[in-house]
Structure formats: structure tokens, C-alpha cells
Design a protein around this ligand. Structure first.
Ligand SMILES: O=C(O)CC1=CCC(=O)O1
Length: 97
């Protein structure tokens, strides 16, 4: 099941710099792991913002929820999730005759 997710990151300015570095480093490691596993299918920076647009491929909405809650930066993010389904005009839904 595919999900479109927008994450807007807001790390407090007064957070300890070492803690900030640790958070960002562990978030990156987790993101790379999930991309290698094929779960985090796309990860794009939103131009000019500390935000990303991502596509996830997970079994169901509970898995999506649990994954997001498990992210190290989750406490510092506002997350918008949109469940996706196949468009009837997509090439993938219309194999060539
Ligand atoms: O920087 C971000 O947009 C938050 C984030 C998600 C995965 C990652 O490595 O950073």
C-alpha cells in the first residue's frame, strides 16, 4: 500500500547541538535503511523548506503509522499522510494489448 507523506521538520533552536546531530544522524541512517529495504520509495526535499515529500510502500495504514512514530525526528515533525490507490488511467492499470 502506497502513502504520500509530507514531513515538516521543526527542531527547537535551543536543542543541545550534540543531541541535534545525534537525531539527524540516526534519522538519516533509518531513512537509508528503509530505502534499501524498498519501504521508503521516494524521498525528496521541498525546495526552500526544512520539509520532505516521501512515498512509502507498506502493508497497511497501521504499518505506516508505526513507521512514522518510530522515526527519531517524529517528535519534531508535522506529518501529513495521504493514502494512494491506483488511478484507472495509469499505465500500470492499462497493460499494452
Ligand atoms: O530532513 C528531513 O526532511 C527529515 C528527514 C527524513 C529522513 C531524513 O534523513 O531526514
Amino acid at each position: 500500500m502506497l502513502f504520500h507523506v509530507r514531513m515538516d521538520v521543526a527542531i527547537p533552536r535551543d536543542l543541545d547541538p550534540d543531541e541535534r546531530t545525534e537525531l539527524v544522524t540516526t534519522e538519516k541512517a533509518r531513512a537509508l535503511q528503509l530505502q534499501r529495504e524498498g519501504t521508503w520509495v521516494h524521498l525528496w526535499r521541498v525546495v526552500g523548506q526544512y520539509s520532505n515529500i516521501s512515498i512509502f510502500d507498506v502493508p497497511d495504514s497501521t504499518a505506516m503509522h508505526n513507521l512514522l512514530w518510530s522515526l527519531p525526528l517524529f517528535p519534531f515533525m508535522t506529518v501529513q499522510v495521504t493514502a494512494l490507490t491506483e488511478h484507472p488511467s495509469a499505465l500500470s492499470a492499462n497493460p499494452s494489448p
